[in-house]
Design a protein around this ligand. Structure first.
Ligand code: MIC
Ligand code: SF4
Length: 642
């Protein structure tokens, strides 16, 4: 039986289990990446493991999220990262060098390798033929220490691409089309693999746009084959030696195949407030807009920005539109500067930002009250932009640039200003790795400013727990709802401080009430609907609730990275055996559970009495995860195992 690219890479890296869909497997991780917002906690936990140097082929630490230094906190974090990384064998990509996923693709990604990153958009690396997975920082710390990464062996969905894209239609429209089909829900336990003759028509940065936003499907990763296009990209990066050919066998087995004719893809838009609220651009044309933001790890490659510059050349941003452009990496920035594209962008009235996450994570450029913002990034959750009342639409760079000029949403197919400015991937990128600091061969003093806290402490699982339901929430609660980013991001390295903002936008009284209860020995349960924990990989969405005394999270369903993070920090994820039980629960209900350790050890379900009613709940954990829960989290478990 032939194999998919996914299974070929998994087989090559398999260290535990068998490749049977649904069963748990452990894989060897070749490369890791972290970014500063999740990285400090990951490295504090790595230090707590007592391993002197990373055991991976390559580990890189990027600074791209918290680059707005309002106060000492971020600068202190960066200094901690740089000195810690130097000591432990980790490459450090300095602030200003670019967004982790873009830089990793350019400088380090290699076909056939595995990459684990403490950021949910790590699957960007699938554009170059890697199995690249997002996870919590603690999982990444364990992988840096040479431990396998555990996941359920996946179903592989084949998206077979035929034909080629029409002018004015781009990779973003492809992934928005896929999101329209598969949606953000129900794809846990799945990998998406792209195949077919259409693949060869897409460059590596275009493929990376597609795999990047595959994260919004809730799949574990997305992957393209490694072919001549991949080789040309690596050659242009001066890294042809990293290339191998990696294609599926002609009789490869897939669990489902979806065919997309690229020639039939239309300009698409993800409407507020979900990446799967997809409409055709044609349906929204003429909508007045107040902001256009072009950048992020999804759409800020050289091709993207050079195309935008050509559209804007000689034109001006509409007076009602604030136009923002943030290059994805310093390589992209330097290239658009040297070829004159930057001059066209500046002349158009664009506000040029540093190459970092910036507006994408709500770090600056919050839209006006009730503003309508067109953005080229990947998430448009309510409030993520920094303005609760803003309406954020996700679009391609082409649509964004045309609309910035018009002051309203333009369907690129209906009103192209001129001939489509076709930009090819260059034969040679400007390569300058001087902002990537290699590890130090000799010991370095680690800088620990006042913003650097302690790695989180967890206790072994309690056998009986009594408490209250601190929050009862609906469907699609994202990690942005649980732990806000934006202005709060700078407290990431300090758990007691950051924990004050748990559910800030959903229920501002939650954190103080939960902490006060914990001090009285009363624990907290959180109850929610479908897809709890969508979005970011931030393990803070588990650590901070744990700090406040949350011990159970009960939902109709969970997203993969978040439920793993809950387990890693000793919180038991439970789903309703009978989903109608959810309806009867209200905030403030008392709950009790006994014999929890026994249930976690050996039972499928556990009974929790909530508001006087017995609810049968399924424990969402593999055998190995049950051991982790009993130990009180992955750090305790790893220390016990050593
Ligand atoms: C995001 O896009 O939501 C983030 C910010 O990059 C997060 C990571 C974080 O919370 O630091 C992610 O995608 O995992
Ligand atoms: Fe940064 Fe946005 Fe990409 Fe997250 S999605 S890594 S915040 S650019």
């Amino acid at each position: 039986m032939g194999e998919s690219v996914t299974y070929k890479i998994l087989r090559e890296h398999l260290v535990d289990g068998t490749l049977d869909p649904g069963s748990e497997i452990g894989i060897r991780i070749d490369q890791t990446l972290t970014q500063d917002a999740t990285g400090t906690m990951a490295y504090l936990q790595f230090e707590a493991m007592g391993i002197p140097r990373v055991k991976t082929e390559l580990s890189v630490s990027y600074v791209d999220h918290n680059t707005l230094q309002m106060g000492f906190e971020n600068a202190d974090d960066h200094r901690y990262l740089q000195t810690m990384n130097a000591n432990f064998g980790i490459h450090y990509s300095r602030a200003g060098n670019g967004i982790c996923h873009q830089v990793h693709l350019e400088r380090f990604g290699r076909p056939g390798a595995t990459l684990l990153g403490s950021d949910s958009h790590t699957p960007t690396g699938g554009g170059i033929g890697m199995i690249a997975i997002g996870a919590g920082g603690l999982d990444v710390a364990v992988a840096m220490g040479g431990g396998p990464f555990y996941l359920a062996c996946h179903r592989v969905v084949n998206i077979m691409l035929t034909g080629s894209l029409r002018p004015w239609v781009s990779a973003k429209d492809v992934i928005l089309t896929v999101l329209g089909i598969l949606t953000t829900k129900g794809n846990v336990g799945t990998v998406v693999e792209y195949t077919g003759p259409g693949v060869a028509t897409l460059s590596v940065p275009e493929r990376a746009t597609i795999t990047n936003m595959g994260a919004e499907l809730g799949v574990t990763t997305s992957v393209f084959p490694s072919d001549e296009v991949t080789r040309a990209f690596l050659k242009a990066q001066g890294r042809e030696a990293a290339w191998i050919e990696l294609v599926p066998d002609s009789d490869a087995v897939y669990h489902r195949t979806i065919e997309i004719d690229l020639a039939s893809v239309e300009p698409m838009v993800a409407c507020p407030h979900s990446p799967d609220a997809i409409k055709r651009a044609a349906e929204l044309r003429g909508m007045k807009i107040t902001q256009v933001a072009i950048g992020s790890c999804t759409n800020a490659s050289y091709k993207d920005l050079a195309t935008v510059a050509k559209i804007l050349a000689g034109k001006k941003a509409h007076p009602d539109v604030s136009l923002i452009v943030a290059p994805g990496s310093r390589q992209v920035f330097e290239m658009i500067a040297r070829d004159g594209s930057l001059a066209d962008l500046i002349a158009s009235g664009a506000r040029i930002m540093e190459s970092a996450c910036g507006f994408c994570i709500g770090s600056g450029q919050a839209p006006v009250t009730e503003g309508v913002s067109l953005r080229t990034n990947n998430r448009n959750f309510e409030g993520r932009s920094g303005t609760e009342s803003a309406q954020v639409y996700l679009v391609s760079p082409e649509l964004a640039a045309l609309s910035a000029i018009a002051g309203e949403l333009v369907n690129p197919l209906e009103r192209p200003v001129a001939e489509y400015p076709s930009v090819a991937v260059p034969d040679r990128f400007i390569v300058d790795d001087s902002m990537i600091v290699p590890p130090s061969p000799t010991p370095v003093d680690i800088f620990r400013g006042p913003n650097i806290g302690e790695p989180p402490y967890t206790e072994p699982l309690l056998d009986s727990i009594a408490g209250v339901v601190g929050a009862r929430l609906g469907d699609k609660i994202t990690t942005d709802h649980i732990m806000p980013a934006g202005a709060r991001l700078k407290y990431r390295s300090n758990i007691p401080k950051y924990a004050q903002f748990v559910f800030e936008g959903v229920d501002p009284a939650f954190a103080a009430a939960a902490l006060a209860n914990k001090q009285k020995g009363v624990y907290t349960a959180v109850v929610a609907g479908q897809s709890y924990g969508q979005g970011s990989s931030r393990e803070h969405a588990a650590i901070c609730p744990m700090h406040l005394g949350v011990r159970l999270v009960i939902a109709k369903s969970f997203e993969r990275i978040h439920s793993a993070n809950l387990v890693n920090f000793g919180i038991v994820p439970l789903v309703f055996a009978n989903p109608t039980d959810y309806d009867a629960i209200v905030k403030g209900d008392a709950f009790t559970v006994s014999n929890l350790r026994e249930a976690v050890k050996s039972m499928k379900t556990v009974t929790v009495k909530i508001g006087g009613k017995n609810c049968e709940l399924e424990i969402v954990a593999s055998e190995r995860q049950r051991e982790i829960l009993l130990a009180g989290g992955l750090l305790n478990y790893t220390k016990q195992a050593r």
